[in-house]
Design a protein around this ligand. Structure first.
Ligand code: HEC
Ligand code: HEC
Length: 470
């Protein structure tokens, strides 16, 4: 491991503290590869770095992860570019530390139910997008987001719409308008029970009419911590650094419950209040299983079963499935970030200097919780949990709660190190492209993306390496 390179890096980037690498440290070896590439790029394009400045990385929509995941030391070139997802094992999927044994029991039981595959006999349908929570919330561990191979593409006996491919993300579809031109906004499930006398929606027609938008699964790791952040903390953070935010053109606001007025925070538009509520909605919308939170079928099957299909006491169960899902997700630990190294540390500084942290707030602290493990914890979520106008390029023209067609929740960035698909519709697997997509007419992020594009190659690359360390 040539120390001279480290010394050179230290001279070139005096703001990066480059320590002499420990022998054989994997993280450092990885850093060296990046550094090697960095020095190469800098040597070949001293200072100006013109070509690399604005060109967004080529990111084929609906493609497999660009690199890194399945290969060995498979790094991108030329930098700056997304080094690709961190390799398995998953840095997420376990329980919060310090649970009581009773809570641990709830976690394990909830996980089993989250993984349970539903069939028509236990409530699946009449319409559905998938047959288990874990089918969609799969990667890098149960509870996460879309896996590399989309299980929706493998559902048999149904016509598979064109936007569902084996190597693309898990998706659900919303239609923007009804046939008569009034706003729709609802989820139109991909599949139907064969015995129900229903047909699949006309997805080709909706695509042709530009009437279909997509959503990919948001991961649920650390969701209990997000739930436990007091409204007052979110509002205080919204008001913090007001001058700096205003200078960058960033505003942002809370989405609030139409029921009790408190801050809603789950889903791509922060449209949903709680994990139990999301679980109830998902059980009915994604799997067609009616439950105590959403007790009515969304469509009528010719052989309709009694509702709700999931309920407390079903088969003697002390808790309904929805309660079990809620407990599992509440106690699901956040992803573990990689040990910091000089490059990720520098990348974090760059992230903040560019102004990314004006929306992606590095951490918020939870309040007291009846689950002691969630009490007064620093949640390193990298989100302000606010909704922001993201411009015409990301707008999906669907309003949910207080969020309008161009507003989205600042996506929490914990876990992006092992994420395969990005942005609400999974349009890219490439972090560089995800950043560029923040900029379009009307977006609050335009100036920050401008700052990013003005960074030098090394700074951009360390920012991407930092993101992949989360
Ligand atoms: C067909 C795939 C699919 C299935 C099955 C599915 N989900 Fe999801 N899940 C999604 C999508 C897509 C979103 C993002 C929805 C949005 O905001 O538009 C999501 C979001 C969530 C969220 C919000 C997390 C956050 O922080 O934003 C929770 C909680 C959740 N799902 C729980 C569940 C549970 C529990 C089940 C099983 C009952 C389930 N999901 C089944 C696709 C799925
Ligand atoms: C104005 C607020 C704002 C700023 C500034 C901002 N972001 Fe975001 N970011 C968002 C929102 C909102 C989303 C979700 C957008 C969507 O899915 O359509 C997002 C999504 C992302 C994602 C994708 C995460 C996912 O789950 O798919 C990444 C990565 C990201 N941002 C990184 C950055 C970086 C790096 C910067 C600084 C260069 C930055 N963001 C600046 C608001 C912001």
């Amino acid at each position: 491991m040539p120390y001279s390179r480290w010394a050179l890096a230290a001279r070139r980037f005096p703001h990066v503290r480059v320590a002499q690498p420990p022998p054989g440290g994997r993280v450092f070896a990885w850093g060296l590869v990046i550094l090697g590439l960095g020095l190469l790029a800098i040597a070949t394009a001293p200072l100006g770095i013109a070509g690399a400045q604005t060109a967004p990385a080529t990111a084929p929509v609906e493609s497999a992860p660009p690199n890194g995941q399945f290969g060995s030391a498979n790094f991108c070139a030329p930098i700056p570019c997304d080094p690709g997802p961190r390799k398995l094992p998953p840095a997420a999927g376990g329980a919060m530390p310090n649970l009581t044994s009773t809570q641990m029991g709830f976690f394990t039981q909830g996980q089993t139910t989250f993984e349970e595959v539903d069939t028509v006999s236990n409530g699946l349908g009449p319409r559905f997008n998938m047959n288990s929570c874990a089918g969609c919330h799969a990667y890098p561990a149960v509870g996460g987001s879309s896996p590399p191979t989309n299980p929706q593409a493998a559902i048999t006996g149904q016509s598979i719409p064109s936007f569902i491919t084996a190597t693309g993300p898990v998706r659900e579809v919303r239609f923007v308008k009804n046939a008569d031109g009034t706003p729709d906004g609802g989820v139109h499930d991909l599949f139907v029970n064969p015995g129900c006398g229903l047909s699949q929606p006309d997805f080709a027609g909706a695509l042709g009419a530009n009437n279909a938008i997509f959503r990919i699964p948001t991961p649920t790791f650390g969701a209990g911590l997000i739930e436990a952040i007091p409204d007052a903390t979110i509002v205080a953070n919204m008001k913090a650094s007001a001058g700096q935010k205003a200078g960058l053109g960033i505003s942002g606001r809370t989405n609030n419950s139409g029921n009790d007025g408190t801050v809603t925070r789950f889903g791509w538009k922060a449209q949903n209040k709680s994990l139990v509520m999301f679980a109830g909605e998902a059980y009915n919308v994604e799997q067609g299983v009616t439950n105590e939170v959403f007790p009515n079928e969304r469509d009528i099957c010719s052989t309709q079963s009694a509702t709700p299909e999931d309920f407390t006491g079903n088969g003697g169960a002390a808790q309904s499935d929805v309660t079990q899902f809620g407990l599992f997700m509440q106690m699901l630990a956040p992803p573990t970030a990689q040990q910091p190294n000089p490059f990720t540390q520098h990348g974090q500084q760059v992230f903040s200097q560019a102004g990314c942290d004006m929306c992606h707030t590095p951490s918020l602290t939870t309040g007291p919780s009846t689950i002691a493990a969630l009490s007064n914890q620093k949640a390193n979520l990298y989100s302000d949990l606010l909704i922001h106008d993201m411009g015409s390029g990301l707008a999906d023209n669907i309003s949910q709660g207080g969020a309008s067609g161009n507003e989205f929740r600042t996506a929490p960035l914990w876990g992006v190190g092992q994420r395969l698909f990005f942005l609400h519709d999974g349009r890219t697997s490439d972090l560089m492209e995800a950043i560029q997509q923040h900029a379009s007419s009307g977006s609050e992020a335009n100036q920050v993306v401008g700052n990013f594009n003005n960074l030098n190659t090394f700074d951009k690359e360390t920012l991407l390496v930092f993101l992949r360390s989360l």
